[in-house]
Write a protein that binds this ligand. Structure first.
Ligand code: ATP
Length: 477
């Protein structure tokens, strides 16, 4: 394996890496850094926790040291927490240069961000929505001279998921110079490779780790098959066991909705587990504060939605629990990748109901690894089942008494207004669609019933005919 100097990195940066415990390049760094330093566009696809961030930060910092001016580099990333994490890496590795960074994310003060942008930082790390807002509303900064555009978690930025970044990306691309280096990184690039290649036009260097499996070997991947109603009891039992056995472990639990995230947090707190949550219905400052407390091990358990499934690097996380089976293999890959990072060991446990078995098969097919059953003494789980379910119900009632659902509705309306839609009209449209859907469902059900009826009639006729034939045969005999 080569060292950082032989990849073309300057001595002062090699020294800086050493101070951070980064001594030998990881494969993604070894392959992508020389191409980036040569001036090529680059697509890097490597497993979670394999050092993709340093693979782009180091060459950018080196190039910046050769010709420093602002704004030199723009990094786009799908989540606000990730933007702060990336900016920190730039700040630490670029410290000897006096590198100036600026973080532009939603949920934070727009005026101070605008002022920072005007001050020509060397590196801007942004989420697309907020940066596009700045571009649309002011002309006090220019990005016409940037040398690097980096899309971290590039496939997420380009896919049309629940948050669709396409329009914002178009706005941003519109102000960037055509002559630039474009770098795209993710652990799951291959699904969207075609779209990605069209963004990195400059004959991109493409590197993907050769390993067949999509998750790291150090990760012990398990599942527990459970009825929906027993899921929470399993969760409580697992946490009790882990916290009894290990002092220094942190656990991340992923669930599918903000509400569920909130209820599970309340429920685990009732059982005195040091739990904290992270989801998109929280105020941004609270999100940052909760993440910081989890990172500092003030709280050992973080319950999050998929807003925390990508990129977050928290070395103390030893266990990831999927409270719901992810609907897409790539969501699974990113979630379980929050543990077993940078060569450490970790465990992931996915709670699977009988309705999710097909999802597990598709995950296994994609990651080329079979999940193993996690052994649990079922008797112990059943002992706490009633208590857990009663506690959950109490938490649900408590949450219903707050304005949580109302806030959700208000947030939805705000989002629609921002998208230029009329919330009332949208609600009407949705109701109409729902009506058509339920009419279709009733129609389908009727057809199904009449086919079944027909089948039963045919079967009855056949049986009657058979009986008649038998009788006739007996008579003639
Ligand atoms: N060469 C190296 N040697 C040792 N540790 C490293 C090296 N490069 C990076 N690291 C450390 O590895 C950890 C994971 O790196 P990073 O967050 O960049 O992973 P990633 O590949 O971006 O993961 P994800 O796909 O989850 O975003 C970080 O704590 C980082 O400091």
């Amino acid at each position: 394996m080569s060292d950082f100097s032989s990849l073309g990195l300057a001595d002062w940066l090699v020294k800086q890496c050493k101070q951070l415990g980064i001594n030998k390049p990881t494969p993604v760094q070894e392959h992508c850094m020389p191409a980036i330093l040569e001036g090529r566009d680059c697509l890097g696809c490597a497993k979670t926790g394999s050092g993709k961030t340093a693979a782009f930060v180091l060459p950018v910092v080196q190039k910046l040291s050769e010709d420093p001016y602002g704004i030199f580099c723009l990094v786009l990333t799908p989540t606000r927490e990730l933007a702060y994490q990336i900016a920190e890496q730039f700040r630490v590795l670029g410290k000897p240069l006096g590198l100036k960074d600026c973080i532009v994310v939603g949920g934070m003060d727009m005026v101070s961000q605008a002022m920072e942008l005007t001050n020509q930082p060397h590196v801007v790390v942004a989420t697309p929505g907020r940066l596009a807002d700045h571009i649309r509303s002011s002309n006090t900064f220019s990005m016409s001279k940037i040398q690097f555009l980096i899309l971290d978690e590039a496939d997420r930025l380009l896919e049309q998921g629940c948050t669709d970044f396409t329009k914002d990306l178009e706005t941003i691309m519109g102000i960037l110079p055509a002559k630039r280096q474009t770098l795209l990184f993710s652990a799951t690039l291959t699904d969207t490779l075609h779209e990605l290649k069209s963004i990195a036009m400059n004959k991109p260097f493409f590197w993907e780790s050769t390993s067949e499996t999509k998750t790291v070997e150090e990760l012990d991947q398990r599942y527990i098959l459970t009825p929906e109603k027993v899921k929470d009891a399993y969760l409580v039992h697992l946490i009790q066991t882990f916290t009894d056995e290990h002092d220094d472990w942190s656990i991340m639990i992923f669930t599918n909705t903000c509400k569920n995230c909130q209820i599970l947090t309340m429920m685990l707190r009732e059982f005195n587990f040091p739990t904290i949550c992270l989801h998109s219905m929280m105020k941004q400052k609270q999100r940052f504060a909760n993440l910081a407390m989890f990172k500092a091990s003030v709280f050992k358990i973080l319950i999050a939605t998929d807003v925390a499934s990508r990129g977050l690097d928290i070395p103390t996380v030893q266990v990831v629990i999927n409270h719901n089976t992810p609907g897409l293999p790539k969501i699974y890959i990113h979630r379980v990748g929050r543990t077993a990072r940078a060569g450490r060991n970790g465990v992931s446990i996915t709670l699977v109901t009988q309705y999710d078995i097909h999802l597990v098969h598709s995950i296994e097919g994609q990651i080329k690894t079979k999940l193993k059953e996690y052994p649990v003494v079922e008797k112990e789980v059943l002992k706490i089942l009633t208590q857990v379910n009663v506690t959950r119900r109490e938490c649900e009632i408590k949450l219903e008494a707050t304005d949580f659902d109302e806030k959700k509705e208000i947030n939805k309306r705000k989002q629609l207004i921002l998208e230029g839609k009329d919330p009332d009209l949208e609600a009407k449209r949705k109701a109409e669609l729902e009506k058509i859907r339920s009419q279709k469902k009733v129609f389908k059900q009727r057809i199904h019933e009449s086919i079944e009826k027909q089948k039963r009639g045919q079967l009855r006729n056949k049986l009657a005919q058979r009986r008649q034939k038998k009788k006739a045969a007996q008579k003639t005999a």
